[in-house]
Ligand binder design. Structure first.
Ligand SMILES: Cc1cc2nc3c(=O)[nH]c(=O)nc-3n(C[C@H](O)[C@H](O)[C@H](O)COP(=O)(O)O)c2cc1C
Length: 254
């Protein structure tokens, strides 16, 4: 697959994976792609923890379940998210940004059909936290955590401050290098028809990152940056939206 095709075809995979493991050749190709990413002063500040062990996946799945359950009780979290939540394909295509709610939450059919009518509610999404307190968040939390449990591989991505480049902005440059490395990995996965999903919920809270660091014996110089779930996709999702170039490209002056 050529590079531009991989760029266009890469999608966040939120569905289930085939149960078969990722073959070693493909895993090596993902690692090789990550390895050749650019970084400031070529410091290569990354470490990848490849997680195959069932117990370890269960630990992360349990953390995810409790993180999502708590998030859905949090009025500030819901308000903050609502700005980027799109309720229908039409709204999503029109705005050309944000996430489609039904890609993230499986809603019962009556809710799904009437979703666009819920738009005014989203303006005060924090009010929905009462549903979270009534334990409504347990269903999506369980679904997502089961997907983590059933993923062939999880990759915990960390940044090592022992490999810090010089300069006052060193942390910023390291972050950029991490992003480039992750993108190398994502594009290679797309080319190999491997699905990847960022799973941010279990690493959003400092206490969860601390727990994960302890569980996996992470060196103290490292910081958790991202978590990916990886596997052969059952179905390839093609849908996404982007702004037009005219909405983010300027020539000569902003
Ligand atoms: C740093 C970062 C964190 C993300 N976290 C999540 C996440 O927790 N769950 C998820 O389903 N997608 C997550 N995504 C994927 C984005 O939602 C996705 O890239 C965006 O909606 C565009 O869709 P596409 O990747 O399919 O083109 C994340 C992406 C990035 C770069």
């Amino acid at each position: 697959m050529d590079l531009l095709t991989a760029i266009h075809q890469r999608r966040s995979h939120r569905g289930d994976f085939e149960s078969k493991p990722i073959c070693q050749k493909h895993l090596d190709q993902l690692i090789e792609a990550a390895r050749w990413a650019p970084s400031p002063f070529n410091v290569q500040p990354w470490k990848l923890l490849i997680i195959l062990d069932v117990e370890s996946k269960n630990t992360i799945a349990d953390l995810t379940q409790s993180a999502i359950t708590e998030q859905l009780k949090d009025a500030r979290f819901l308000d903050d998210n609502s700005r980027w939540v799109r309720l229908s394909d039409e709204e999503w295509m029109d705005k050309k940004d944000g996430i489609l709610l039904s890609d993230h939450l499986k809603l019962p059919p009556p809710f799904e059909r009437n979703l666009t009518r819920a738009k005014p509610i989203l303006k005060n999404a924090g009010l929905l936290s009462f549903l979270g307190h009534m334990k409504a968040g347990r269903i999506p939390a369980k679904e997502i955590s089961d997907q983590i449990r059933n993923s062939p591989i999880l990759i915990l991505i960390v940044m090592d401050y022992q490999r810090r480049p010089p300069g006052d902005g060193s942390q910023r440059w390291m972050w950029l290098g991490m992003g480039a490395m992750i993108q190398n990995l994502l594009l290679t996965a797309a080319a190999l028809e491997i699905g990847v999903q960022f799973v941010s919920a279990p690493i959003e809270r400092a206490e969860d990152r601390k727990t994960l660091g302890e569980v996996f014996n992470m060196p103290p110089s490292c910081e958790i940056i991202s978590l990916l779930r990886v596997g052969y996709a059952k179905q390839i999702n093609q849908k996404s939206v982007r702004l037009d170039p005219s909405e983010f490209v300027c020539y000569e002056s902003f």
